[in-house]
Design a protein around this ligand. Sequence first.
Ligand code: NOJ
Length: 572
Amino acid sequence: MTITPRKWWQDGVVYQIYPASFKDSNGDGIGDIPGIISELDYIRSIGVDIIWICPMYDSPQVDMGYDVRDYENVYPPYGTVQDMEILIAETHARGMRIILDLVVNHTSDQHKWFQESRSSKDSPKRDWYIWRPARYIDGVRKPPNNWLGNFGGSVWQWDDQTQEYYLHLFCPEQPDLNWENEDTRKAIYESAMEFWLERGVDGFRVDTVNMYSKGEMLDAPITDPRSEWQFAGYQYCNGPRMHEFLSEMNAVLEKYDAMTVGECPNTPDMGRVLKYVSAKEKQLNMVFQFDVVDIGQGPYKFQTTPFNWKLPQFKHAIETTQNLIRGNDGWTTVFLENHDQSRSISRFTSDAPEHRVAGGKLLSLMMAALSGTMFIYQGQELGMVNFPLEWSMDEYKDVDSTNYYAMVNERNGGDAEALAAAKAALQHLARDHARVPIPWSASSNAGFSTAKPWMRPNDDYNICNAKQQQSDKNSVLSYWKRMLQLRRHYSDLFVHGDFDLLDKQNLEIFAFTKTWQNRKALVLLNFTARQQELQLPPGAQNQKMELLVSTLDMPGGCLAAYEGRIYMLALD
Ligand code: NOJ
């Protein structure tokens, strides 16, 4: 139960925008800021309160803008700082707020701070990044530890000029900033945060927020004997000075009443998560936990097969994030998609043409009933699905996908079976599926651009596009609008209520209740492609109830394939 008074970001619905793929206004095949401005009314019409813009900063785009060259400038194909000022003003004029992505665990290797840092060991900025000497094993030069990078390979890059390694938890072109250095932290606050807060942004989604404090950087245990580099996520996340750094950062943000949502991978310990999001700790307002989106990912990224999970795991993950706010002053988030995840219909329901719309509505109804700040990723409101297996590897543009495929190729000497398995995993889980252009209409290039888009639009844009769905009352888009209205109407119950899971082990139906004071709702979700008997789960039997909403116009006596329903229960 939420402790009052409520904050503006608790009931707000956030819509995430990936600039490269949202809308192109100037015919270069790449989305841009004026394109976003032109669709603000569309975004508002969904029922959204806050927009989140993925990195639009100047960048060489090795990792799609998560490698920032200059925090105080915009990537020229997206526009200018002035375009951003217009976007901020136009968003506010529509009664919405705007948050940006804050990427300050690392910069681009082209950022002037890193250029100075790497210029010599005596550079005043040498200590702004993390430099270490080599270690020599049997006379062979080796990096300082065996950590595996997030995109494969070692986290250390050798620098010939100064004869030391620098740390990069992501690509070699993304060197990690040294948060231990106070001057570095001050420069980050000024350049990356205050520059934009002064221009009116309302907060930040904070990239990889729990990696700033690295701890001792000892070797990671060997969990993958085939590799020289070992998973070290539990070592470089949540290091000893994390809370100190976040408190300091929050002191800057607080002055602007700025909202923060931190990305928090590798943190299964709920006590730790709570410390980040508890109001009295004054660190972050909320975080993205990875419990749900990690489902079916396998022990090592992509080393899995599609649908390698069971419904109780999904229920448990949702329960974990829901229970974070129970009986305390923390806050949580509700999301299934973002630019790092493939499409939720394809992952959690079915993207077969006959089930896709039902799956989209089912997930929309489920999310509408879950507590926390809700995040919708662009295209999710249209029921977009993954692109097909037939597309060649050339259509995968993400460094994570291409590095993985290259690694499998190398490790298996080009073995066709291994490569087919890698491609099947990528078709199910790659980040590329979230990054294709938004289908605005059935016209050429999906109405996204007058030129060939930087990524191929989904093949089905003639049947799945915003224009068509806006005029179709049965579309996934129309359903999202309805669900967001319903969520707003019953916000106590759905945004702030207590979540209780029913019939945990049921492999086909996900059932839960939400309770707020004398109101209680029962949510029933059929996660199968088969009709199911309408049986009330243990814990909800013998109660008077009234149907509030279904994903179907005319629900019958059974739960149809991928049907979802919410009933209001009469409390004694
Ligand atoms: C998380 C971002 O969401 C992802 O897209 C990026 O690759 C890494 N952090 C590195 O910044």
